[in-house]
Design a protein around this ligand. Structure first.
Ligand code: CA
Length: 511
């Protein structure tokens, strides 16, 4: 009997070890509005991001990772559910996510993973499928943000935390890893950063960066949008005319000025700072603001100044992300967690950093359609791998489930990227489907759908029946609309056929 007991105990121990080996931990970084031009693992980056590069250097960099709908809440929902917006119901930022839908965290929780979510959520409903969540309330604030915490389904508790949101999100994440999780179970940990979302308020550690840096202007900063379909001209997202001096660019108004639009919220954001934080802020911005006001810039010179101020603050926010991702990677290494932990880093969509004269996202153009996507998986992915496979945010749910050895439900519409990660294939799909819905809405970007291959892109602004066709291999800045160009007739017909067949495949309602 005693021998039998010992044998059973031994088998149990071996079983547990095998289980542990087969069930990797997963840390999933989701960052809000990070353009791939601001990550130095990618070519042509505006800044160095040495800590984010650590993920690329020990894993795989995806060079053609795109979204299905380049806007925050819809993309986040696609990532969680593995279904297109018309299936999961979050078509625009006004939609409420039915968070009881099957998501990869919920399925992993049911399969025995310990699941935690820390940072930005912003899907209107409370998270489901997490043993522990501690999220920013709504959009969240950069300074002294309000967090909401729930443990094992408890009623959420709100509290304001002193500090800067990127630092705080990391502190809470490390605290969960070190003090709150059950160390006998594999974990899925979602670390979702608010930064670098508008209004690009840098943290105390990054305020002094780039003081004397002049960032290169994109060649299309003064685009006149001629030759493109009309939505390129009717949008309201230009750096020149649609950026707010106080809210977006940190220049306070003269006393007695009537505040309009987002400028009404600027003071509220600043009032959240401690005296020490506010002093550092003023020391950074006041001298530059005084010089700016005296200079009385106009026209293109004013746009150039706005671009530089925008870039400095946006990129300072990214440097804050880089520093904090580094802290978390260090924690994994120092606590012997790195060998069995997969790290995923991605953004919910790209962002215009002055291309076509714009900020924001929404369009199916490359700067916001494409996202940075880095995945490290020790022992599986060759260090420093890259792939040009055409992948989407749609694929992450199935990929993470597959990495954890869990079957994905058939309703998910993406592809598992595991064969690519293992080097077994270099292809995923020959064409992707995109659909943007938020019109009428902020920034005034018309609804559109389209198809992108590895060379071409066709876009249909279907409510006004206008089309664009780009060959971004020969025209990477997408300035030349080739729609109805006889030389591209075959390409155009082929892309239209692909659009029709993808709409059938994904069960898209008729537009
Ligand atoms: Ca976003």
């Amino acid at each position: 009997m005693k021998k039998y007991f010992l044998l059973c105990s031994l088998l149990l121990v071996i079983g547990c070890q095998t289980y542990k080996q087969k069930s990797p931990n997963i840390v999933f970084f989701l960052v809000d509005d990070h353009a791939f031009k601001a990550l130095s693992a990618y070519e042509g980056s505006l800044i160095e991001t040495p800590n984010l590069d650590r993920i690329a250097n020990s894993g795989m960099r995806f060079d053609a990772a795109c979204v299905t709908n380049a806007i925050c809440a819809p993309s986040r929902t696609v990532i969680l559910t593995g279904t297109h917006s018309h299936i999961n119901g979050v078509v625009d930022n006004g939609s409420r996510f039915d968070s009881t839908q099957p998501t990869f965290p919920l399925l992993m929780q049911e399969a025995g993973y310990q699941t935690a979510l820390i940072g930005k959520w912003h899907l209107k409903s409370n998270p489901v499928g997490f043993d522990y969540w501690d999220i920013l309330n709504g959009q969240g604030q950069y300074y002294a943000p309000e967090f909401m915490k729930s443990v094992d389904g408890s009623e959420p508790v709100k509290r304001i935390l002193e500090g800067y949101c990127t630092d705080l999100t990391t502190d809470l994440t490390i605290d969960w890893l070190g003090e709150k999780r059950n160390k006998d179970k594999p974990f899925l940990l979602l670390c979702h950063h608010k930064a670098p979302h508008r209004s690009w308020m840098p943290g105390p550690n990054q305020l002094e960066l780039f003081a004397d840096t002049e960032f290169p202007e994109p060649e299309t900063l003064f685009d006149d949008w001629k030759g493109r379909a009309s939505p390129a001209s009717t949008q309201e997202m230009t750096i020149s005319d649609h950026m707010y001096l106080w809210h977006d660019l940190m220049v306070p108004p003269e006393e007695g000025t009537t505040l309009e639009g987002p400028d009404k919220w600027a003071q509220v954001n600043l009032d959240r700072m401690s005296d020490l934080q506010r002093t550092a802020w003023d020391e950074t911005f006041n001298p530059e603001n005084d010089a700016f006001i005296k200079s009385d810039l106009k026209g293109d010179d004013l746009t150039r100044w706005k671009y530089q101020r925008y870039m400095k603050n946006y990129l300072r926010c990214i440097k804050g992300i880089d520093e904090n991702v580094g802290r978390l990677l260090d924690y994994l290494e120092e606590n012997d967690l790195n060998e069995n932990t997969i790290v995923v880093y991605m953004s919910d969509q790209g962002f215009f950093l002055g291309e076509h004269g714009w900020y924001d996202k929404r369009f199916m153009y490359e700067p916001c359609l494409r996202i940075p996507l880095l995945i490290s998986w020790p022992g599986i992915i060759d260090n420093g791998s890259t792939t040009e496979a055409l992948v989407q945010n749609l694929d992450l749910a199935q990929t993470i489930l597959a990495m954890a050895g869990i079957d994905a439900p058939t309703l998910m519409q993406g592809e598992s990227l595991v064969p690519i990660l293992k080097g077994e294939t270099q292809t995923c799909r020959d064409a992707l489907y995109y659909h943007y819905y938020e019109f009428p809405g902020v920034h005034n970007v018309q609804r559109h759908e389209g198809v992108r291959t590895n060379q071409y892109k066709i876009i249909h602004y279907y409510e006004i029946d206008e089309w664009e066709l780009f060959d971004f291999k020969t025209d990477p800045t997408e300035m030349k609309n080739l729609y109805n160009d006889p030389q591209y007739a075959d390409v155009q017909n082929d892309l239209k056929r692909k659009l029709d067949s993808l709409k059938i495949k994904y069960e898209v309602p008729r537009t």
